[in-house]
Design a protein around this ligand. Structure first.
Ligand code: ZN
Length: 81
């Protein structure tokens, strides 16, 4: 899994430093959690527990996936009850 593929174009990275990242939604979980990728530097981000964007680490992605599984499991139980 390559979470961060460093770009070879330093100009684009400079652009992020100056203007900030340009986020595009990479993945939208059923929990309403989202993962973003910067279209310029390809860095990936997710929302942390405070709703703030944090660099996406394998640990944070794992949490997102576990939370979604739990969410699906809960809503499946609610429907069958
Ligand atoms: Zn960027």
């Amino acid at each position: 899994m390559s979470l961060q593929s460093p770009t070879r174009n330093p100009l684009k990275r400079m652009q992020c430093k100056i203007f900030g990242h340009t986020y595009s939604v990479l993945r939208h979980y059923q929990t309403d959690q989202k993962e973003y990728e910067c279209t310029h530097c390809k860095k990936q981000f997710t929302e942390d527990e405070y709703g703030q964007l944090a660099p996406l680490t394998p640990k944070l992605r794992r949490i997102n996936e576990v939370m979604e599984k739990f969410y699906i499991f809960k809503s499946a139980r609610r429907q069958s009850a």
